[in-house]
Design a binder for this molecule. Structure first.
Ligand SMILES: Cc1cc2nc3c(=O)[nH]c(=O)nc-3n(C[C@H](O)[C@H](O)[C@H](O)COP(=O)(O)O)c2cc1C
Length: 184
């Protein structure tokens, strides 16, 4: 997207929102983030981590994964490992989705171990945990156990998700404005 801004042409920042999901609910979070960024006037691309490929064309990256048994999905970890060198030089934010209760709205939930490591390695600008979703039809023994234990439901708070995306969008836009002024 091109904007005319005070007589010079300013290229819009291009943000990748990459996600890893098993049952689709993290993809919906990623889509809401990408939509919010687009509404703020940024170019956003929404792709699963295993399809995102090379990140060199993006100005900023948001990477998120569902958490299963205290782990991020393999495709999100691989995406981070494969792009480590590029990610270290770009603004990156991370998110996890998981808790099957409202705890993620009330307190900051720390990332799981491998994500803490990755966050440190790439110098991520932030991490947030959003509530998860467990639909009744979810397959697997542990899912059935969780369901019996009363964890079934949708604990994602889309106001919280949009607000987080909006803060990031504004930070990216203001960094860009600053860099454009310096480059003039
Ligand atoms: C077998 C199983 C294990 C889970 N383990 C965790 C966990 O360790 N931590 C967590 O926060 N959420 C855990 N969850 C909740 C999921 O992260 C949540 O359902 C999430 O929204 C799934 O995302 P998806 O629909 O994108 O796959 C687990 C769910 C299942 C079914």
């Amino acid at each position: 997207m091109l904007n005319m801004n005070h007589g010079y042409v300013m290229k819009s920042m291009h943000v990748l929102v990459a996600y890893a999901t098993r049952n689709g609910s993290t993809a919906e979070i990623a889509r809401a983030i990408a939509n919010e960024l687009t509404m703020l006037g940024l170019d956003s691309t929404f792709l699963s981590a295993d399809q995102a490929g090379d990140v060199s064309k993006y100005d900023a990256i948001i990477l998120g994964s569902a958490v299963y048994v205290w782990k991020w999905e393999k495709s999100a970890l691989e995406f981070a490992e494969n792009n480590l060198a590029e990610l270290r030089h770009k603004p990156v934010w991370l998110f996890s989705s998981g808790p099957l209760d409202f705890s993620a709205e009330k307190e900051g939930i720390k990332p799981v171990r491998a994500v803490r490591r990755i966050s440190k390695l790439i110098g991520a600008r932030g991490h947030v945990t959003f509530g998860g979703k467990l639909p009744p039809e979810t397959k697997g023994f542990l899912a059935k156990q969780s369901s019996r234990a009363g964890s079934e439901g949708d604990f994602r708070n889309f106001d919280q998700i949009r607000e987080w995306a909006s803060h990031i969008g504004m930070e990216i836009a203001s960094r860009h404005k600053h860099e454009t002024v310096i480059a003039r």
